[in-house]
Design a protein around this ligand. Structure first.
Ligand code: ARG
Length: 570
C-alpha cells in the first residue's frame, strides 16, 4: 500500500514537472503542529534558493499544477514557503478501512529487497556476556526483525569471540586449578575465575607468563589436549549464551565464531601481501591507509612480527567468507562505538580486496549506572546480562503482584516476563543508539511515560474494551468514518506506521519506532477521552471500535518488531 507521504510526493513530483521544475525529488513530511495541516513540503523553498526566486511565489506556481483534491483540502502556503496539506476526512476513512483489512497493517515490502548479513551480539567465550553486549543483542535483533518484515533477506550471524589470547590463561587455569563441581554449577563464572586468577598471577611471574603463552601456542598448533579443553569451554559458554537468547527470544541463522576462520588467516595474509594490499613494516604485515589523513599513521596490522594473527585478520577473512557464501548486498555490524577505528580500517581494506557489499558499522554508546558512570557491580566488575534479565523479571513480578494480586501464579509469571524483559529491551530501543543512557529500574518499569509497560498497558486497555462486548466484533465489516479532530489525529497516526519503518533502517534508529508507538498510544488516549466508543450509536460505534482494534494491532506488531510481547491482561 502506498503511504500518504509517498502519494503526496508523487503528486508533487507531477506538479513540479508540469511547472518546469523537474530537477528535484520532493520530500513530504508530517507536520509537527496540526495547525499547519497534516503534511508539508519544502520543495518551493529549495527551488527558490537554487534559482534566487521568491519561495512563496514558487509555491503558488507549484500549487497551480497540483492535483490533490481527492486527498487534501486546497494546499496552503505557510511561513517561508512551505506547502501544507490537510487530509480529507473521506480520504482518511478510506485509508483506515484499507489498513484494517491489510495483514501487513499498510506496510509495503521494500521496492529494493536486499540480502543483508547482520553481525550482532557476538559475546566472548570464557568471559561473561555483559550489559554492553545487551545493546548489540537487542539493537541487532530488532534491525533483523524490521528488515525481514520489510521484505529483505537477512542472515543473522553471531560472530562469537571463541579464539584469542584469553585461552592461554583459561587452559593453564583449567589444568591447574579447575574445580569440576564449581564448573558444573556456574560454568561461565568458573571460566572467568580461572582467567582472572592466572591473569593476576602472571603479572608478577615471568616464568608463568611464558608457560601460559606456550599453552596458547599449543592450542593454536592443534595440540589434542588443549584443543579438547578449548572445545569444552566453548560448549559450556555457548550453553549459557543460549539460555539468554532463549529468554530474549533471539535466533541466529549462523553462529560462526572467530575460530571458524583460523585456517583462512595464513593464506589471506599471503594474498594480501602478493596483491600489494599489505606490506611488511618492522617485521609485521600491515595495511596502510596513507591517502586518508586521519589514518595515515594508523595501519591495520594483519600479522604480527612473531607470526600471530589479529582481530582485523579474522574480520577480513570473515568478510571474504560472507561474500563467497552468501553474496550479500550489505553487512551490518552492530558493535560498540569504541571499535569505530577497527571497522573503518577493515572496511577500507575490504574495498581494496574488491568487496562491493555495503559495509556498515552500527555503533552505540554505553550504559551508565545511576551514578552516571559505566555500569559496574559493587565489586567493580561489569554486570552480567543474565543477572540483569533475572532482576528485571523479579522486579516486574513484584509490580504485577501489587497491581493485580488475584492473578493465578502461572499468568502472573508470563506477564512479569513480558513486562520485565520488555522493559529492558524498550529502554534500549527508545534511546538514540549513540547516547549513553542511565539504567534505572524505576524508570523502565514505570507505567507512566515512554516505557514498555505504558505501551503494553495501552494495548491491554484496548483489548479489555473488546472483552466487554456481547457479540464478537469483526473490524473488517465496519464502515469507518473520521469526523472528530481526535478521530482524525488517530487515523493519521495509524497510517504512519508504514512511513516510520523504512526510516528506522535508513539510519538504524529503532528509537523512531519506539517514539512512534508512544505517540500512537498518546493519540489513542486523546481519542478515547474525546470520543465515546461503546456508548455511541451505530455506525459510529463500529467505526470507533475498528479504530481501537487497529491501534491495538499496530501496538502489538510494533512492539513485536522490537522483540517485546504484549500480554492480554496485566
Ligand atoms: N566479540 C567482540 C567483542 O565482544 C565483538 C565482535 C563483533 N563483530 C565483528 N565481526 N568484529 O568486542
Amino acid at each position: 500500500m502506498i503511504t500518504v507521504r509517498e502519494l503526496l510526493a508523487e503528486r508533487l513530483k507531477s506538479a513540479l514537472d508540469a511547472a518546469g521544475f523537474s530537477d528535484i525529488t520532493p520530500e513530504v513530511t508530517p507536520t509537527a503542529d496540526a495547525r499547519f495541516g497534516d503534511y508539508q513540503a519544502n520543495a518551493a523553498m529549495i527551488l527558490a534558493k537554487q534559482r534566487r526566486m521568491n519561495p512563496r511565489q514558487v509555491a503558488a506556481e507549484i500549487i497551480q499544477h497540483l492535483a490533490v483534491d481527492d486527498i487534501s483540502a486546497a494546499p496552503e502556503i505557510a511561513g517561508a514557503g512551505f506547502i501544507n496539506f490537510r487530509l480529507l476526512p473521506q480520504f482518511l476513512a478510506d485509508r483506515a478501512q484499507e489498513i484494517v483489512k491489510d495483514d501487513r497493517l499498510g506496510v509495503s515490502d521494500s521496492k529494493q529487497p536486499r540480502r543483508i548479513v547482520v553481525d550482532f551480539s557476538s559475546p566472548n567465550v570464557a568471559k561473561p556476556m555483559h550489559v554492553g553486549h545487551i545493546r548489540s543483542t537487542i539493537i541487532g535483533d530488532t534491525l533483523v526483525r524490521i528488515a525481514r518484515f520489510l521484505g529483505h533477506e537477512v542472515i543473522a550471524d553471531n560472530h562469537i569471540g571463541d579464539w584469542g589470547t584469553q585461552f592461554g590463561k583459561v587452559i593453564y587455569g583449567w589444568k591447574h586449578f579447575l574445580d569440576r563441581e564449581e564448573l558444573a554449577a556456574n560454568p561461565i563464572g568458573t571460566l572467568v575465575g580461572l582467567y582472572r586468577k592466572v591473569n593476576a598471577a602472571e603479572e608478577t611471574d615471568e616464568a608463568l607468563k611464558k608457560t601460559v603463552r606456550e599453552e596458547l601456542v599449543k592450542l593454536q598448533q592443534g595440540d589434542a589436549e588443549n584443543f579438547a579443553i578449548w572445545q569444552e569451554t566453548v560448549k559450556l559458554s555457548w550453553a549459557e549464551f543460549e539460555k539468554i537468547y532463549g529468554l530474549l527470544d533471539i535466533q541466529f541463522d549462523a553462529v560462526l565464531g572467530e575460530s571458524a576462520y583460523n585456517d583462512a588467516l595464513a593464506p589471506l595474509c599471503e594474498r594480501l601481501e602478493k596483491d600489494g594490499i599489505a606490506e611488511i613494516s618492522e617485521g609485521a604485515l600491515c595495511i596502510f591507509f596513507r591517502d586518508i589523513p586521519e589514518l595515515a599513521e594508523k595501519p591495520a596490522i594483519v600479522r604480527k612480527a612473531d607470526g600471530g594473527f589479529l582481530y582485523a585478520t579474522t574480520d577480513l577473512a570473515t568478510i571474504e567468507y560472507r561474500v563467497k557464501h552468501w553474496n550479500p548486498d550489505a553487512i551490518w555490524y552492530v558493535v560498540g562505538a569504541p571499535q569505530a577505528l577497527h571497522f573503518q580500517q577493515i572496511f577500507l581494506a575490504a574495498q581494496r580486496m574488491g568487496v562491493n557489499a555495503e559495509l556498515k558499522h552500527i555503533a552505540f554508546g554505553s550504559i551508565l549506572g545511576e551514578d552516571r558512570k559505566i555500569m559496574r557491580t559493587r565489586a567493580g566488575e561489569s554486570v552480567g546480562l543474565d543477572d540483569v534479565l533475572n532482576e528485571a523479571i523479579e522486579r516486574a513480578t513484584a509490580v504485577v503482584s501489587e497491581k493485580n494480586p488475584d492473578l493465578p501464579a502461572e499468568d502472573r509469571d508470563a506477564i512479569a516476563r513480558a513486562i520485565g524483559l520488555g522493559a529492558v529491551k524498550y529502554t534500549e530501543l527508545s534511546q538514540h543508539r549513540m547516547t549513553d543512557y542511565v539504567f534505572s529500574w524505576e524508570k523502565m518499569l514505570s507505567f507512566q511515560g515512554n516505557t514498555a509497560p505504558y505501551l503494553q498497558n495501552a494495548y491491554v486497555r484496548i483489548r479489555s474494551i473488546f472483552r466487554k462486548l456481547e457479540t464478537p466484533f469483526d473490524p473488517a465489516s465496519a464502515t469507518i468514518s473520521v469526523n472528530e479532530d481526535a478521530e482524525r489525529a488517530l487515523a493519521i497516526k495509524l497510517g504512519q506506521f508504514a512511513e516510520i519503518l523504512p526510516l528506522v533502517l535508513e539510519d538504524f534508529r529503532p528509537n523512531l519506532l519506539a517514539n512512534y508507538l508512544y505517540e500512537l498510544a498518546i493519540t489513542f488516549h486523546g481519542f478515547y477521552e474525546a470520543c465515546p466508543v461503546l456508548k455511541s450509536g451505530e455506525p459510529v460505534r463500529s467505526s470507533r471500535l475498528a479504530l481501537c482494534d487497529l491501534t491495538a494491532r499496530i501496538l502489538r506488531h510494533g512492539l513485536g518488531l522490537m522483540g517485546i510481547q504484549c500480554p492480554e491482561r496485566m
